[in-house]
Unconditional design. Sequence first.
Length: 269
Amino acid sequence: MNILKATKRTSVSTGQVNKLRSSGFIPAILYGGKKSNLKISLKKLHLQNLINTETFMSKVFDLDIDGNSEKALPRDISYDPVSDEPIHIDFMRITEGSKIILEIPVKFINSEKSPGLKKGGVLNIVRRKVELKCPAENIPNEIIVDLDNTEINSSLKISSVKLPENVLPTITDRDFVIATVVAPTILVEPEKTEEAVAEGEVPAEGAAEGAAEGDVETEDGKDKAAKPGDDKGKAASGDKGKPAKGSEDKAKASPGDKGKPAGKETKKK
């Protein structure tokens, strides 16, 4: 049995409660049974690790309140919305002969002895907690599910679990499933065949070749179109630089004729 030390508190106002929290204590209340409600406080350091466990809400604690022992069960925890730290706890008194409905966590053992898991099967957990009706003096901390000799496609039901005496599930109309061992699901990506790869590559190569040929033809067409213009330009420049032969002969003949007198005609006279 777990023992928690607690002290009575008289703080009522919000300011007093906040001061208590800043001092490293968590305010709490103890209720239930034939006794009146009792305001208590517990050291945060003693509770911090316990609160984070799965079995904290299903464990019966012995509260040592200023020397007096009270059996109690945690029923609710309030958390700060910003820091997510526990700021208040409700404890319920446990009286003999009473029965309590609790959600008990499930624990799986002997996974290494399961042939189904050894073959690559997967444990599919359907219920991580099971709601049970328990006597106050016989509350289990956890439900043990044995995976020994479980094969693929086998189901683990509540009837296969050994529960403590007088502990019963709240669901009584069916034998519900807690977990199953299923075959692994493998997604295989289809591989591309050589034909599909070849067919996908041919159009790309043909398009590249066609584009290259088009570029070559365009360049050839530009060259051909440029050559006639070049010939005409060369001819025009050559003709401009050379004078016509007829004009040259006329130019040579005209100076000689002007300088020579008509001698033959004079002698005859």
